[in-house]
Design a protein around this ligand. Structure first.
Ligand code: PEP
Length: 252
């Protein structure tokens, strides 16, 4: 890792997987992996937060929710608020993951409201943006990324982290090539320069997500604007997840 590089960050998005025993076992194996060359955050589903928070206590691994409701409390069956996430030990939350945008019709504006709510509770929103296969084929990738980013960033201060997750690469086994990923990340960073300022944009970590595994991680992370990963499937296996994180420390 070059000395000036942003410290990598790797998130594990467990989606709707695991019960408490699995989560406990994962944490035991994972924490036995020793010192790591990246910051790490786990995003378990809501019923696992307490188990994972207890298992991670005393470690440097962060905890995040997979979603947040814009309101603090109220008649919102099935939703979880920022207050509840903080109370469960979270310091992070995913906002605008493509599975939420698709399965729950989340609009750009709702993603913005969620990011606002996260910031209100001191949670760092990990804002996900990415294009569909059809949008890429139609040459609309940059237009989509810009629309999603601009909408989310009217959320307020620069306390957020960004993940580029091309939808065609999520859970498909089809990873973006390092060149495709770098092109999108450089585009996003260019927008950040315009929307924040040069220093803030340079300091901002932009994660890549989409079928990352121990085989493709080192080449992806070698690209200058990739600062880590948001990992779905491979984050369910502690050894694979550790291997991905360790690849962030090799200066390949
Ligand atoms: C994700 O859930 O954000 C993701 C990138 O999933 P996968 O690694 O399985 O493609």
């Amino acid at each position: 890792m070059s000395p000036n590089r942003r410290r990598p960050l790797v998130g594990g998005n467990w989606k709707m997987h695991f019960v408490r025993d699995d989560a406990q076992r994962f944490c035991e194996t994972f924490l036995a992996g020793g010192a790591l060359p990246a910051d790490v955050v786990l995003f378990p589903s809501f019923p696992l937060l307490a188990t994972v928070a207890a298992a991670l206590e005393g470690s440097e691994v962060g905890l995040g929710g997979q979603d947040i409701h814009p309101d603090e409390k109220g008649a919102h069956t099935g939703d979880v608020s920022g207050l509840q996430l903080v109370d469960s030990g979270c310091t992070w939350v995913l906002c605008g993951h493509s599975e939420r945008r698709q399965d729950h019709d989340e609009s750009d504006d709702l993603v913005r409201q969620k990011a606002v709510a996260a910031l209100r509770y001191g949670l760092t929103p990990l804002i996900c943006v990415g294009e569909t296969q059809a949008e890429r084929q139609a040459g609309r990738t940059f237009e989509v990324l810009e629309r999603q980013l601009r909408a989310a960033l009217t959320a307020g201060p620069a306390t957020f982290t960004l993940a580029y997750e091309p939808i065609w690469a999520i859970g498909t086994g089809e990873t973006a090539t390092p060149e495709i990923a770098q092109e999108a990340h450089a585009f996003l960073r260019g927008l950040l320069v315009e929307m924040l300022d040069e220093n803030a944009a340079e300091a901002k970590r932009i994660l890549y997500g989409g079928s990352v595994n121990p085989q493709n991680a080192a080449e992806l992370i070698s690209k200058p604007d990739l600062d880590g990963f948001l990992v779905g499937g491979a984050s369910l296996d502690p050894e694979k997840f550790l291997a991905i994180i360790r690849s962030c420390g090799s200066d390949s």
